[in-house]
Write a protein that binds this ligand. Sequence first.
Ligand SMILES: Cc1cc2nc3c(=O)[nH]c(=O)nc-3n(C[C@H](O)[C@H](O)[C@H](O)COP(=O)(O)O)c2cc1C
Length: 454
Amino acid sequence: MGARNGKMNLAAYYNPTGHHVASWRHPRAVKDAHINIKHYVEIAQTAERAKFDLLFLADGNAVRKAHIDAISRSTQFVAHFEPLTLLSALAMVTEHIGLVGTASSSWNAPYHIARKFASLDHISGGRAAWNVVTSGNDAESQNFGVDHAYAHADRYDRAHEVVDIVKGLWDSFDDDAFVRDTESGLFFEPDAMHELNHKSERYSVKGPLNVPRPIQGYPVVIQAGASDAGKELAGATAEAIFSPHLNFESAKAYYDDVKARMVKYGRDPAHCKILPGLSIHVRPTEAEAKEDFDYIQSLIHPIVGREILASMLGVDLSDFDLDKPLPDPLPVHVGGSRGHYDELTALGRKTGMTIRELGAHSAGARGKNVFVGSPEQVADYMEEWFQGEACDGFTIMPPYAPGAFDDFCELVMPILKDRGLFRTEYTGSTLRENMGLPRPESRYAKKSGSAAAE
Ligand SMILES: Cc1cc2nc3c(=O)[nH]c(=O)nc-3n(C[C@H](O)[C@H](O)[C@H](O)COP(=O)(O)O)c2cc1C
């Protein structure tokens, strides 16, 4: 896509102690990161010094549902800061980096989402972004009075509607509504305030929103769905995507597919940045990187490995010997992803790996893309995907933090910058400007015939 200017977009993605399931046990991680504001300040400032586009906090509205022996040995999605509160604090100690909060379209009222992200956009001087997730697990639904997560299609129908309502609410006041004219006594222009009056079977939202129009018009809208429905939502609305691909070919197919869907919706394909998730183990040499990887793999508790394997397979493995291969036949498949089930059972049968070994193999990055190598190897890998138009950049998921994130910033970033693949300075004042995304016109300005935007 020609409008990329040869530069990648990069997001820094944080689970509190790092992406790897055993990160909290690593000596170069901060054990209590999940509730340590100083840790977050440090990693946010490191990301900003390295000129990352985005700082992204993953989130869910529940303690992860798994065997208590497993969750009590893991920090992921257990007990941590609420992201919007945390991002508001980080807005005060950073100046340029984009601040991405995750908010579920299933378990938030649209008014709440609009209000919080509009506030964050003002607090941060135009750096807010919303990661729209649809929340497919029962642990979350059960905290909101619903026994089971909404069905997949229903979740995505809701997401389309919620994004539309939220954008409508962000348009409640025109950009120049607040004249604050002390002479005449007029605080805002009455004609510049708009009621949304949205009504459907699911949502009734009158508006207006009680926050002025965000500095960016709309905070940047981000998505991470990989299914057909996920790609459709992304094609219609996403301005950045955290995608899950494991190899160049599937990333490239996804990239072309989503960009084509954007065209179908009348959008410019340059206005959505596709950023595959990548967990990087980098040390000064390849041998040291491999050693680093093997070390953190050795920290995976066997019960944690077994339970993550079980949830990826959608079967109960708790009665089986850790040091024997997967039982044949396996217990009945009751959930999880069919793709993971087929892939992991095939691997287990082919290699004869024990449950302990297969658990460690699957649990580390939980099915995400992992690259282990020297700084040059990492840069080559990233360059190949970028130049081959399989992505517009990456979502960097440090396996442990701050250690592995510092390594990436110190060892790989200078190479990307030397090759001209990444910015050396922020050039815009808002996140949209830095990412090369247009500022959306208000729907009311569009109606009255002003310049049309995307
Ligand atoms: C890099 C990445 C980050 C994600 N972060 C979150 C998150 O913070 N919270 C969440 O509920 N889901 C998260 N997801 C999951 C997606 O929102 C989505 O549910 C998943 O990719 C399956 O999408 P699909 O149902 O369209 O296949 C993430 C996915 C990826 C690839």
